[in-house]
Design a protein around this ligand. Structure first.
Ligand code: ZN
Length: 432
């Protein structure tokens, strides 16, 4: 196929209308979008002089462009093995048949005159062998007086969406899991989208805030969402993008509504916290530990110079957020929790943060990866999903002058460490 050849699209419904017709062939009307040089099968003649409108699912907006109708033709297996010839020809770029030769081979093909003729040949009786070598059930022909060339017909497949990954990625297992995302800002929004992309069946969203203009630059959401609650706007966005999964919006503040949050955590398999500030992270660390659920905490520190992911697992081996921070303090590291508050919680939330959107997306995606890997390894024994540690520090714009372990020196570097075991007197860990 030449790059300049027209592109013909046949939806599932259009293909079914041709396949189910009892005729040997009929007329087709295609809508043409000149800007894309794409033809979309719009009307099919299914019985003599009965022309039926083809359904195009509304989400395929681009397939609804273009008003110019173009007359074309379909035929059911006009010659034995024609679609096999189609394959042989399409693999030899530049080849074409003289119109008169094609017409003597394929009786009934319309004379295009000075126009561009398009023909779809349908062969329902292909052998398994033919299908395996790449012969198409629906083959296309560009019919011109100057010559006839094979073209590709793009048929809407039976399966689109996550189900395409069946057998290649454990989507069936992940479809049964639920993750609670606390904080739906830049990192949380990206994490929620990535969890959906990995196939997590239910993503519950927690955030008390509205989406405003200054959020647009760093968020998954855009201008269409300004003024809405972040959780509701994000749910709208995710429902549209991932129609087979469930998204639940909770307009809750992790701290002031902690008692509601407490009731949500037992129903999920993991909590991913991307909320800003000390308090919500402490609440998530405490409540998830008490509920016996793993938690993943994600943030950026030092004005976006480093990213941090912490995995908290409710086992005797690993302590909670406070156990980790106290341990770091003993080592002389910076107070990462207090660092979180510099831009927030003091009425200066509009102070521009230096972290740029893709850096936050990088942290959000790694947080989702950490969450999904934890589910797959711990609940399904998938050792390909074992992580190098519990605590990751990512270089985004590292200055290298932070105290260990935040002293990554290169952008893109990821340093993995473990988290210490619980302190004997820890109020969060000791009750677990
Ligand atoms: Zn602890």
């Amino acid at each position: 196929m030449y790059r300049s050849d027209p592109f013909v699209i046949l939806t599932h419904d259009g293909a079914a209308k041709i396949a189910n017709s009892e005729m040997r062939g009929g007329r087709v009307a295609m809508r043409h979008t000149p800007s894309e040089d794409a033809y979309i099968v719009d009307v099919v003649e299914t019985a003599k002089d009965v022309r039926v409108q083809v359904a195009i699912p509304p989400e395929y907006t681009a397939l609804k462009w273009g008003d110019a109708l173009h007359a074309a033709q379909w035929m059911r297996q006009p010659v034995e093995g024609l679609n096999l010839h189609h394959l042989a020809m399409i693999r030899r770029p530049g080849i074409s048949l003289a119109f008169h030769d094609f017409r003597s081979l394929v009786a009934g093909v319309n004379d295009p005159g000075n126009q561009l003729g398009l023909l779809i040949t349908y062969d329902p009786d292909l052998s398994q062998e033919a299908i395996e070598v790449g012969v198409s059930t629906f083959a296309g022909w560009l019919v011109q007086r100057s010559g006839v060339r094979p073209i590709h017909i793009e048929v809407e497949p039976e399966t689109v969406g996550l189900a395409q990954l069946t057998g290649a990625w454990p989507i069936e297992q992940l479809a049964r899991h639920a993750v609670l995302v606390v904080g739906c800002g830049s990192i949380g929004g990206v994490a929620a989208e990535a969890l959906a992309g990995y196939g997590v069946g239910t993503v519950e969203l927690v955030d008390p805030d509205r989406f405003l203009w200054h959020n647009i630059i760093r968020h998954t959401l855009g201008p269409e969402s300004v003024g809405r609650y972040k959780v509701d706007a994000l749910k709208t966005h995710l429902d549209k993008r991932w129609p087979d999964q469930d998204f639940v919006a909770h307009r809750l503040d992790a701290v002031s509504d902690a008692h509601f949050l407490r009731s949500l955590i037992p129903k999920v398999d993991l909590v991913l916290c991307a909320a800003d500030g000390i308090a919500p992270r402490r609440v998530v660390s405490h409540l998830s530990r008490r509920a016996g659920k793993p938690a993943v905490l994600a943030c950026v520190l030092d004005h976006g110079s480093v990213g941090e992911i912490i995995r908290l697992r409710p086992t005797p081996r690993f302590g909670c957020l406070l156990c980790l921070r106290e341990n770091l303090q003993d080592e002389g590291a910076m107070d990462a929790e207090a660092d979180q508050e510099l831009d927030y919680g003091i009425g200066r939330v509009h102070q521009p943060m230096t972290a740029v959107s893709p850096d936050l997306q990088y942290v959000g995606t790694l947080a989702a990866k950490t969450a999904v890997a934890t589910l797959l390894e711990s609940l399904h024994g998938d050792h390909t999903q074992r992580l190098p540690g519990e605590h990751a520090i990512l270089g985004l714009r590292p200055t290298g002058d932070l105290a260990s372990p935040f002293d990554v020196r290169e952008a893109g570097d990821i340093r993995w460490r473990t988290v210490p075991s619980p302190r004997p007197d820890c109020p969060t860990c000791s009750a677990a």
